[in-house]
Design a protein around this ligand. Structure first.
Ligand SMILES: [Zn+2]
Length: 116
């Protein structure tokens, strides 16, 4: 399960409505593929904080074409579970980043500005 369309088909099977009801949410989760074409793109939104961000963007609920109202979070959680088998935290992703010297640049802007 990886293409947003397939996620949408799965959502229709679970809650009814149409593919178009769900595609904006599933596209939002996977549009980070524009930045990283392999599975690592998921680090950007496929976690608990991403699910809540999705809710802020799309609203607490979505109204399906069949008239049913569904919590947006349910759709978001299903997407992440279908891709990863569970809902990781952002810390789960970050703890797997291999630190590089440029990531911890310690020069202070105050030094560059000549102020204390
Ligand atoms: Zn995904």
């Amino acid at each position: 399960m990886s293409h947003p369309y397939n996620h949408a088909l799965s959502s229709v099977k679970k809650w009814g409505g149409s593919v178009e009801d769900y595609l904006p949410i599933h596209n939002w989760f996977d549009e980070s593929k524009m930045m990283m074409a392999d599975f690592r793109h998921r680090a950007l939104r496929h976690h608990a904080e991403g699910i809540f961000m999705c809710e802020r963007i799309f609203g607490i609920t979505i109204t399906l074409s069949n008239g049913n109202v569904l919590p947006t979070r349910y759709v978001a959680e299903l997407h992440v579970k279908e891709d990863l088998g569970r809902i990781p935290s952002m810390q789960d992703w970050f703890s797997n980043i291999k630190p590089q010297p440029w990531m911890g640049r310690t020069e202070k802007i105050e030094k560059e500005l000549g102020v204390q």
